[in-house]
Design a protein around this ligand. Structure first.
Ligand code: AMP
Length: 302
């Protein structure tokens, strides 16, 4: 009788333990972020390039070639990044780089689709004079299309530039790094060719609308301004904007109405220049929408 009691007791004990273990594993499955992957599931390959915030590698994930952006320690607060990544995951468009997975423990890894031809800036620089206006319009139209999607989703890029557009096979162009600028932190004394400190933040000065520099507030209309600068980069095959001015001249003269002249060498059509000037309207409410820009680009003549 006692033996029977013991076995009942053992049976109950093991049933309770199994139940607890099962509940725990269900809880873990429910709360685990399916986008979060272990570092060991990624194989890092060759180095693709380096941005302001870290090195980008080619990688292999689930036997698929991917790009892995590794962020240097301290470039962002992992909690802020995680919040932003939740939004980035919901963005799906043929002209936006698709986020595939993340490792949110530092060093943070951002795993995205791989774009075989690298950044648009590098792509343009090695093709000086070898592209036709139609190719340039195609690039601009695809970027406008991706940005029109962000506009519709009420999302702001904050760092639209040729260096943040990637080129795939068969003339596919995709906007990368949307949303990252919001969560990036950089020591104010850390500057490079593109980013300069303004107050406590850092800005890509030459791509940023004057009102965003002045009040540190970004809107989609600031992205439209940056799109105008991106058009300039496309038409000049990757020239640095305001080529004859230093940073303090840009900071001082652009808010006072200075605009870059129409590029003449290589030639940029009046139609294209008119679109740039519309994007650089001093009154942000008078700048076009990305939806409208898509249309205007269809009607550009050489
Ligand atoms: P970033 O940190 O985004 O500025 O990237 C630095 C460089 O890495 C870029 O200029 C590209 O050459 C390369 N790169 C970044 N992301 C990708 C990607 N998804 N596919 C291919 N190359 C990439």
């Amino acid at each position: 009788m006692w033996i029977g009691g013991c076995s009942l007791c053992c049976f109950l004990k093991s049933t309770i333990i199994s139940f607890v273990l099962l509940t725990l594993s269900i809880m873990q499955t429910v709360s685990a972020d399916p986008w979060e992957i272990t570092r060991s599931s990624i194989k890092l390959g060759r180095r693709l390039g380096e941005g302001f915030f870290g090195v980008v590698y080619q990688g292999l994930y689930n036997n698929t070639p991917v790009a892995v952006k590794t962020l240097r320690h301290g470039t962002m607060d992992p909690r802020d990044f995680l919040k932003e990544a939740q939004i980035m995951k919901t963005m799906e468009h043929p002209n936006l780089i698709q986020l595939l997975a993340v490792c949110t423990e530092e060093p943070i890894y951002i795993i995205t689709e791989l774009m075989k031809n690298g950044s648009l800036l590098d792509y343009l620089k090695v093709r000086v004079g070898r592209l036709h206006l139609n190719d340039q319009i195609e690039m601009a139209a695809q970027v406008a299309s991706g940005m029109a999607y962000l506009e519709m989703k009420k999302y702001i890029h904050r760092d639209l530039a040729a260096r943040n557009v990637l080129v795939g096979e068969n003339n596919v162009y995709k906007v990368a790094d949307f949303g990252l600028a919001r969560v990036l932190q950089a020591p104010p004394n850390q500057t490079n060719l593109y980013y300069i400190p303004v107050g406590k933040a850092i800005f890509p000065l030459r791509w940023t609308a004057p009102e965003a520099i002045a009040n540190e507030k970004f809107t989609i209309k600031c992205d439209v301004w940056s799109f105008g600068i991106l058009l300039y980069e496309i038409m000049t095959f990757g020239e640095m904007p305001y080529p004859d001015m230093n940073n303090s001249q840009v900071k001082q003269r652009v808010p006072n109405g200075y605009r870059m002249p129409r590029p003449v060498d290589p030639y940029c059509s009046q139609d294209m220049y008119k679109i740039m000037l519309d994007c650089w309207n001093g009154n942000k409410n008078d700048r076009p929408t990305f939806e409208a820009l898509k249309m205007s680009l269809r009607n550009v003549r050489g």
